[in-house]
Design a protein around this ligand. Structure first.
Ligand code: KG4
Length: 301
């Protein structure tokens, strides 16, 4: 089961942190009990409690982490904190039982855009990251400005399929060898174009925006393959549900690159991926105490 707050935040055009935390408090006990029931297990059958403690919105993180600490303490079950990004990467192991590190992971969500070298199950190196807006943030802002609503990514994806990528938009490149991204320029260019000329076909605008960010993404991924000589690429995070991006990655298979794309329901935030990362941390010996705190800017390794 996945409990979602999307309908609650839809009318505000984005996630309102305070409302998110309050709704987590209302949902968590119900979700916990239902998850145990659906899995036909009792709390004493559980080996480890593996909450995520960052990165993310501090209020929302604190609800899950405090609840997890209480279950861990009351039942004497080990507590293993999980980095949310590691969770997205570990979603791949749920879909592909045969997948083993090393591989490259392209992490694309509402808060992060990173190319990560997965050296081992709990060992990572960030090769490139966004210097401003995350890719999902750019999708969401473009959607909001052209009037598609929240969450924007899936709506841009759908409308872009009816359009033609015939509008030229700028790309940001950094000098030197960096694999870092910047998506604020393209986002602002789309917003300015729409404001200056609201008559521009929205489907064509969405298709052009999607093609532009995908081209940038693929240029960086090809560079990362060249640098590391790793030919296994996995996708992670909500934006990896995007149909145009998935198609672009699929085309890399013609160049002998193996592509791993998690099931769509495992791409967006879910607890199964956190449990998957928790499992690898647990067998690697990680244990946390009750002093574990929510860390909004938690980095990977
Ligand atoms: O990983 P995620 O569920 O949450 C975090 O950010 O942690 O990612 C959410 C992001 C949102 O920006 C949403 O608009 C985007 O993923 N997204 C998509 C699609 N589905 C979700 N972006 C583009 N195309 C999609 N089909």
């Amino acid at each position: 089961m996945i409990d979602t707050q999307i309908p609650i935040h839809e009318k505000y055009g984005g996630v309102v942190p305070e409302i998110a935390s309050r709704n987590h408090i209302e949902a968590i006990s119900r979700v916990y009990k239902k998850a145990l029931k659906d899995a036909s297990v009792e709390i004493n059958d559980i080996t480890a409690i593996t909450p995520t403690y960052g990165p993310g919105l501090v209020g929302a993180l604190l609800v899950g982490l405090s609840y997890a600490k209480a279950i861990s303490f009351a039942n004497n079950i080990p507590l293993v904190g999980v980095n949310h990004i590691e969770g997205h990467i570990a979603a791949n192991y749920l879909t592909y039982k045969e997948l083993e590190p090393p591989f490259l992971c392209v992490m694309m969500s509402g808060g992060n855009t990173q190319i990560i070298e997965v050296k081992d199950y709990t060992e990572f190196k960030v090769l490139g990251k966004t210097r401003d807006d995350a890719i999902g943030e750019a999708f969401d802002k473009v959607a909001r400005v052209v009037g598609l609503g929240y969450p924007g990514g899936p709506k841009v994806d759908k409308l872009a399929q009816e359009g033609i990528a015939n509008i030229e938009l700028p790309k940001t490149h950094f000098t030197g060898e960096t694999l870092d991204f910047s998506f604020s320029g393209i986002k602002t260019a789309v917003i300015n174009l729409h404001h200056k000329n609201p008559e521009v076909n929205k489907a064509d605008l969405c298709a052009s925006f999607e093609k532009n960010v995908t081209d940038t993404l693929m240029e960086h991924v090809e560079k990362a393959i060249k640098i590391t000589e790793i030919k296994k690429i996995s996708l992670a995070g909500g934006v990896s549900a995007n149909s145009y991006i998935r198609k672009a990655f699929k085309e890399l298979e013609e160049k002998n690159i193996k592509i791993y794309m998690p099931d769509l329901k495992l791409c967006t935030d879910n607890a199964a991926m956190i449990a998957s990362a928790g499992y690898y941390n647990y067998i690697n010996g990680k244990r946390d105490g009750l002093e574990l705190n929510a860390t909004p800017n938690l980095k990977i390794n």
